[in-house]
Design a protein around this ligand. Structure first.
Ligand code: PMP
Length: 318
């Protein structure tokens, strides 16, 4: 992903992109103890809008609390700061990355005391899984499994969890695939490196649940709502590899990936190798929802105010 926004919000100040530094001995860098979000802003007929802002900020706060990193800003202040960052960077579509970290020099893994900071970047968003991703992508089952939530809780979006995604993603890339599908530690299908997964079999939409050590994706939640509203039964259950390989349709969902049909898993073809009818119906609604074209889901979008009209309470506190 290209990384060249103009300004980064750091603890209440908008600093130039090139000046957004932290100390090399910071705790988060060494031990992977930080939490973050990935959020998208889209152009709509009424201007820029952030998709499911509240849910992302709530997940950030939940993740931070679990990691003993209370964020020194309220939910409302974080939402304002995200809107302020988006407005200051004036780019659409954008990918917004809030990160909660301990940025001061502090070696020693048990450090609970270091100052907890919040940084928010907004950078240009592209298609994560490549330009062909709406036509279907090639994925492989990863040799790397998800860690059990008893070791690393999957509901928290922690930086350290992504060493696992990195290994799986690197293996898939080196093998010539666009994405990896990770199994949970019992061998059931869990998720992609940064996406949830859905399979469609005989008209029913299935997706793994929290017991498969997945991140409870906000796009996943949106897909479940849209599919249900379209009249398709949606079932959260353990999904076996065979159920995936013999599925009529399969697709990934995620903030960066949006909805990406899967056309191959290893050397197995999924359905007709083209996005299936149920996937296409769900995608059709989703891609209209994010443009603000479906009134029933209008509350999933938060308008980005013009820069002059944004005043962040957190910024005022400095
Ligand atoms: N699983 C993992 C491991 C992820 O990193 C992401 C991206 N945040 C998702 C699933 C999808 O979650 P969301 O739809 O909230 O972006």
């Amino acid at each position: 992903m290209a990384a060249n926004g103009k300004k980064i919000w750091m603890d209440g100040r908008l600093v130039d992109f090139a000046d957004a530094h932290v100390h090399v001995l910071n705790h988060t860098l060494h031990y992977g103890v930080g939490v973050f979000e990935g959020i998208r802003a889209y152009p709509t007929a009424r201007g820029g809008a952030v998709f499911r802002l509240r849910e992302h900020v709530e997940r950030l706060i939940t993740s931070a609390k679990f990691y003993h990193m209370p964020i020194p800003y309220s939910r409302e202040e974080i939402e304002q700061a995200i809107l302020e960052t988006q407005a200051a960077n004036a780019l659409l579509p954008s990918y917004i990355r809030p990160l909660v970290y301990r940025g001061e020099p502090a070696l020693g893994v048990k450090n609970l005391k270091g100052k907890v900071s919040l940084a928010i970047a907004a950078i240009p968003a592209k298609k994560y899984l490549g330009d062909g991703s709406e036509a279907g992508i090639r994925a492989k089952i990863s040799p790397f499994r998800k860690p059990s939530s008893e070791a690393l809780p999957s509901f928290a979006k922690a930086t350290g969890n992504y060493a696992n995604s990195y290994l799986a993603g690197a293996d898939a890339t080196l093998e010539g695939y666009e994405e990896a599908i990770l199994l949970d530690c019992r061998g059931f299908v869990a998720e992609g490196t940064g996406e949830n997964i859905f399979v469609v079999r005989r008209g029913t939409v299935y997706t793994p649940g929290l017991e498969s050590d997945i991140l409870l994706g906000i796009t996943r939640d949106s897909v479940i709502r849209i599919a249900t509203d379209l009249g398709f039964p949606v079932v959260q259950k353990l999904v076996s590899v065979n159920e995936l390989l013999s599925a009529d349709e399969a697709f990934f969902s995620g903030t960066y990936a949006e909805i990406a049909p899967i056309k191959e898993v290893g050397h197995y073809t999924i359905g007709t190798r083209a996005p299936g009818p149920i996937t296409r119906k769900i995608m059709g609604v989703f891609f209209r929802v994010i443009k603000g074209e479906v009134p029933e889901y209008a509350d999933w979008l938060t308008a980005v105010p013009q820069p002059a009209r944004v005043a962040s309470p957190a910024a005022a506190r400095g």
